[in-house]
Write a protein that binds this ligand. Structure first.
Ligand SMILES: *[C@@H]1O[C@H](CO)[C@@H](O)[C@H](O)[C@H]1NC(C)=O
Length: 480
C-alpha cells in the first residue's frame, strides 16, 4: 500500500519536475535565440536593403536577352579585317602580347595567360596580311612561344580555323632571332607594327634583331573602335543592367547607411545578374566634389537630402559598363504628425533655410548637367569631331556660370576596356565614325558641398541621332 502510495506520489510528482525542466529549457532556448539573433538584428537593416535591391532587379532582367558571346567566326573576321588594314598601311605584320588587344583579336587576356605576374619570356601573336588567289587579303596568324609552353598555348582555346602555327624558342635562344628566321626569313627588312600595350623590352628586342618597328596608325585603331552588332548588344546589356542595378539599389536605400554599405549592396545586386565586379564609387554630398572621390570616403552616412553620386562599371561577356547617376533617395512616406512637424519647423528654423537653399542649388545643378549631357549627345554623329562633343557640354555649363567646376573631359570610347580611345576632350580633332561607342558624362563639382555627374553610353549611327546603350537617361533627381 505504502509502497504503492509512495510510488503513486513519485509518479504524481514526475510531471511537475518535467514541467520545470521543460520551462527552464524553454527559457534557455529563448535566451540562446536572443543572443544568437542580436548581431542579426543589427545587421538586418543592410540585409533588408540588400534583399530588396536584389528582388527589385530580378523582377526584370530582359536587358540580358539580346547579348551573346562573341563567336569564333567573329574573332577570325577581326584578324582578317586587321590584315586588310595592315596591307593598306604597307607593313609586314602586327605583333601583340596578351592584353586587351590580344583579347580583342584572340580572346586571351593578360591574366588568363599570366595568372602570377607579367612574364619576362615573350609570348607573342603575329598577324601577317596574305594575298589569296582571288586577290583577297586574309590574316595569317602565328605565335612565338617558349618551347615548354607550346602545349599550354594550344590549350588556351584561341579561336582559329586551323591548328595554331607556333614558332617556339628554347630558353637559351634569342626569341627575336627565332621569330625572324621562323616567319620573316624571306622578307627583306621586315616592318612590323607593335601594339600600344607591348612592353618596351620586347620592342627593343625586336628592333635590335632586324625588325623595323612602327606604332599603331589611325586605321588600325579604328577597327577596334568601330563596334560590331554583337559587341553593341553586349555593351547595351552590361550598361543597361548597370543602370538598372543602381536604380534597384536606390529604390531600397534608407537614411543611416554608409557609403561603404551602399557599395556592398550594389556589388551584390550586380553579382545577382551575372555581372562581374569592376569598380564601384559611392560618394555622398561633398565627397562627390572630387570626381573620382578621395581616399577618405566610405564612412559618410546617408541622410534624407544627401546628393548621392554613384559611378560604377561592371563586366559581362568580356565587355565593360561605365555609368553614373546622381540622385536623392526616395522621400519618406509622410505621417501626418511628421508633416505637421516639418511644416512648423519650416517656419522659423534658420538651419532649414540654408538647407532649403542647398537643396535648390542641387536641383538647379542637377538639371544643368542633364542639359549639358543632352547637348553633347546631339554631337554624336559622323560629322562631328571628338572635341565637338566636349565643347557642346562645356558651353552649356559655362554659360550657366559653372564652367570652372566642370573639371574633366566629357567622355571616352568604351568597349572591352571602360576607357578606350577616342577620348572626348577639347583638343581632339579626330572625326567620329558610325559604330563608335562613347560615354557622355559631364559633371559639376562644388568643393565642400556636393558633386553631380550624369553618365550614359551612346552609339554613333550612320544617319540620324545616336542610340543610347544604357537604357534610358535620367529624368530627375528622384528618377535617375
Ligand atoms: C572566349 O573566352 C571566354 C572566357 O575565357 C570563353 O568563355 C569563350 O568560350 C571564348 N570564346 C571563344 C569563341 O572561344
Amino acid at each position: 500500500m505504502r509502497d504503492e502510495y509512495s510510488k503513486g506520489a513519485r509518479e504524481l510528482g514526475k510531471p511537475s519536475t518535467h514541467r520545470i525542466r521543460i520551462s527552464s529549457a524553454l527559457i534557455a532556448l529563448l535566451i540562446l535565440t536572443l543572443v544568437t539573433l542580436l548581431p542579426f538584428t543589427q545587421k538586418s537593416a543592410i540585409d533588408r536593403v540588400q534583399q530588396c535591391s536584389i528582388d527589385t532587379i530580378q523582377r526584370d532582367t530582359s536587358f540580358l536577352h539580346d547579348a551573346h558571346p562573341i563567336t569564333s567566326h567573329e574573332f577570325i573576321d577581326r584578324r582578317n579585317k586587321l590584315a586588310k588594314a595592315l596591307a593598306a598601311s604597307g607593313v609586314d605584320g602586327f605583333v601583340l602580347e596578351p592584353g586587351y588587344t590580344f583579347e580583342y583579336y584572340g580572346n586571351i587576356s593578360q591574366t588568363s595567360w599570366e595568372p602570377w605576374e607579367p612574364e619576362e619570356r615573350p609570348f607573342l601573336m603575329i598577324v601577317e596580311p596574305r594575298v589569296e588567289d582571288g586577290g583577297q587579303i586574309h590574316a595569317k596568324t602565328s605565335f612565338l612561344s617558349p618551347k615548354f609552353e607550346e602545349g599550354r598555348v594550344r590549350m588556351l582555346g584561341i579561336p582559329s580555323e586551323h591548328s595554331l602555327n607556333i614558332v617556339t624558342w628554347e630558353e637559351h635562344w634569342n626569341p627575336y632571332q627565332t621569330l625572324k628566321q621562323g616567319l620573316f626569313s624571306h622578307t627583306k627588312d621586315p616592318i612590323i607594327m607593335v601594339d600600344e600595350e607591348m612592353r618596351d623590352f620586347i620592342v627593343r628586342g625586336l628592333s635590335s634583331n632586324g625588325f623595323s618597328t612602327v606604332g599603331l596608325d589611325m586605321e588600325i585603331e579604328a577597327l577596334r573602335q568601330t563596334k560590331s552588332a554583337a559587341e553593341i548588344e553586349i555593351l547595351r546589356a552590361v550598361n543597361t543592367g548597370t543602370v538598372e542595378a543602381v536604380r534597384a539599389v536606390r529604390s531600397c536605400l534608407l537614411p543611416g547607411l554608409t557609403e561603404d554599405e551602399v557599395v556592398t549592396v550594389l556589388d551584390q545586386t550586380l553579382l545577382s545578374i551575372g555581372f562581374s565586379l569592376f569598380f564601384n564609387l559611392v560618394l555622398f554630398e561633398e565627397n562627390a566634389a572630387l570626381p573620382h572621390g578621395g581616399f577618405v570616403t566610405g564612412d559618410k552616412v546617408l541622410e534624407q537630402d544627401t546628393m548621392v553620386l554613384i559611378d560604377v562599371g561592371a563586366h559581362y561577356l568580356g565587355y565593360s559598363s561605365d555609368i553614373c547617376r546622381s540622385f536623392f533617395i526616395p522621400p519618406p512616406k509622410p505621417s501626418r504628425i511628421g508633416a505637421l512637424l516639418t511644416f512648423l519647423a519650416s517656419g522659423w528654423s534658420p538651419l532649414h533655410k540654408t538647407g532649403f537653399r542647398l537643396h535648390q542649388e542641387k536641383l538647379k545643378v542637377w538639371q544643368l548637367v542633364l542639359d549639358a549631357q543632352t547637348s553633347a549627345a546631339q554631337r554624336f554623329t559622323p560629322e562631328s569631331r571628338a572635341k565637338d562633343v566636349d565643347i557642346a557640354a562645356r558651353t552649356v555649363i559655362t554659360q550657366a556660370g559653372y564652367g570652372p567646376m566642370f573639371t574633366h573631359r566629357v567622355g571616352h570610347g568604351i568597349g572591352i576596356k571602360a576607357h578606350e580611345a577616342p577620348y572626348l576632350h577639347q583638343g581632339n580633332n579626330q572625326m567620329l565614325r558610325a559604330g563608335m561607342t562613347f560615354t557622355n558624362e559631364p559633371g559639376v563639382y562644388l568643393v565642400g558641398r556636393f558633386g553631380i555627374r550624369h553618365e550614359d553610353v551612346f552609339l554613333v549611327k550612320e544617319d540620324g541621332p545616336p542610340e543610347i546603350l544604357s537604357g534610358r537617361r535620367a529624368i530627375g533627381p528622384y528618377d535617375p
